[in-house]
Design a protein around this ligand. Sequence first.
Ligand SMILES: Nc1ncnc2c1ncn2[C@@H]1O[C@H](COP(=O)(O)OP(=O)(O)OP(=O)(O)O)[C@@H](O)[C@H]1O
Length: 296
Amino acid sequence: MSETDTTDTRAAIEGENPEEIADIDPEEDSDVERAAREIPPGRPLRVDDLRMEFGGLTAVDGAGFAIEEGSLTGLIGPNGAGKSTTFDCITGVHRPTGGSVKLHNEEITGLQPHEIAARGLVRTFQITRELQEMTVLENMLLAPRGQQGEALWRAVLPGVRRSVQAQERELRERAWETLEFFEIDHLAEEYAGNLSGGQRKLLEMARALLTDPEVVLLDEPLAGVNPTLERKLLERIDELREQGYTFLLVEHDMDVIMENCERVIVMHQGRVLADDAPAAIRENEQVIDAYLGANV
Ligand SMILES: Nc1ncnc2c1ncn2[C@@H]1O[C@H](COP(=O)(O)OP(=O)(O)OP(=O)(O)O)[C@@H](O)[C@H]1O
């Protein structure tokens, strides 16, 4: 392998051109290439050559990117570009038909959503009709998966009961702390269905964070949120980033993306068209042609 090849491989790994990663044949790897493809410690989430086909339709067509720890990265693209399907493949809602998703270098491709959540990657979910009939606090207590308390039989075993009770207590404390963090603790006894659109978005975020994730995928968290709550939500995201949480955000509001994300990934027809800082994205001719046009 020539020095130029090595440089190109490293450039691809550093995220300068993630699409190049798909061109590397794993069978042909040297030790140097294999070592270089390990996720650097600062990149908890990595997607390589991701594909998702529904019958004859290719929704995701070899998408690849890596996300920096503690970052807020935007994922944008025109309708049907494959953003939601990419989220669904990362979080285990769909089993991708090709490619790989790694969390801290661990292969999580094709795992169930609760298995992925247990490893530290979650997404926000809309509060369903069923959850709307529960209080905010009940919504919080239902959120974490894989808690010992879920396995009821454990509670009847001697010795385990105490640990279940301790875990329940801890969960309640954490639920209250999280509600306070999002300033919706005063709504704890309110039915989720009575919350405003913005308050519901805060609850969705609070629920996701209760599992203590490292990486959080946000699917349009600001849709229908008034400017005051929008500011509050973005401030909370900033604080959480300082604590090391990592966010990947799908959002149609281009101002929010451009003003708050340090990096923007643009998808088009199932592929990554561009992956750069907002200022560079604004000026990228391909992006303007494919998507932004009059939006910037
Ligand atoms: N379950 C499914 N079965 C069949 N086709 C699907 C399915 N989910 C998505 N698609 C198709 O895959 C393509 C990508 O859709 P996707 O929802 O991922 O795009 P998107 O970028 O999130 O779009 P939007 O911004 O409109 O939400 C679309 O053509 C869509 O119709």
